[in-house]
Design a protein around this ligand. Sequence first.
Ligand SMILES: Cc1ncc(COP(=O)(O)O)c(C=O)c1O
Length: 390
Amino acid sequence: MSAPTPPAKPANALYVTQPLLPPLEDFIPYLEKIWENKILTNTGPFHHELEQALCDYLGVKHICLFTNGTLALITALQALRITGEVITTPYSFVATAHSLVWNGIRPVFVDIDPLTFNLDTDKIEAAITPQTTAIMPVHCYGLPCDVDGIERIADNYGLKIIYDAAHAFGVQHNGASVLNHGDLSVLSFHATKVFNTFEGGAIVCPDAKTKQRIDHLKNFGIVSETSVVAPGINGKMSEINAAFGLLQLKGIDQALQRRQMVDAYYRQKLSGLKGIQCHAQSAGKTNHAYFPILVKPDFPISRDQLFQYLRENNIFARRYFYPLISDFPMYRGLASSAPANLPVARQIADQVICLPQYPALTFEQVDMITDLIASVACHGTPSADRTAGT
Ligand SMILES: Cc1ncc(COP(=O)(O)O)c(C=O)c1O
């Protein structure tokens, strides 16, 4: 039996994101080059060029490109030989915790900060046990973690830090790339991300020796024709993806600028709306990867009712991150998944909606979205009240 055809998407629908795609004709010369030199993968010329271009653009020393962010996370843990338990956040995309499980590591969930939605530094120490070997925080929505506080704890207890920086492309902290913090940082270049290579990812690392180890690990552990030094994986980025990344880089500043304008306009339109709270703003250079809002108890309808109402009006916002990772069946049995351990994460997960945010979103479209939310704030919806089921 064939899979059912998904329902047709309405032509005027707005989604939480829309991938950045340069004009197709601009990509043709890159394809012609690949066809000419017949190098499709295995660290070809575009792969080299993109690694260098990203180091320059991001202000980091070394980058290892990957097929996707998840394989980069899995390999980062392998590269540092992390074992036992790793402290991480339940408020993220499942790949964060999955990368630990793929390495036979137990995730230990720690609650998040109510303002930044990142790991709450004050709660990390209580979760450390003799089995703890590392911390894997997430710069959620691209807002930097408390990198100095986390580093202090890691130094005191001899722990490694691997940042899941999937959302943090181009983000700075104190005037320098946030990706330089921790032992390693992992980026995702998935289609939904600020900078995409269709699928893709990278590990940012501080020294050439670690880069070499990671480069071996992402190529089956192969060092030479006759030598394999580790049970590595195939995590290599292809030449097509790398070429696309080079083209994307040309338009990235303009795209980030446009995201900043959309973010500012949303904030202006939503300011003063009772029951709607916008996410904290970063002090440093940021990327406006997402536009999350919280639907607080004094909003006339619940978060899920607003989510549904937006859908009925062809606005396909997303509840990132709901459910919490710790609520999924493979994690909910862990002691650290107990609801009493994660009250802040639970509350935020129950209130959050990410509204559409991407460079091509027009101010008129932001008007449409925010006017709908404002009309509910003032009059409720025709059919819903907060006490009704969702
Ligand atoms: C926080 C976070 N970590 C990891 C990933 C996994 O990245 P990828 O989809 O490139 O494997 C994503 C997104 O996709 C993410 O949002």
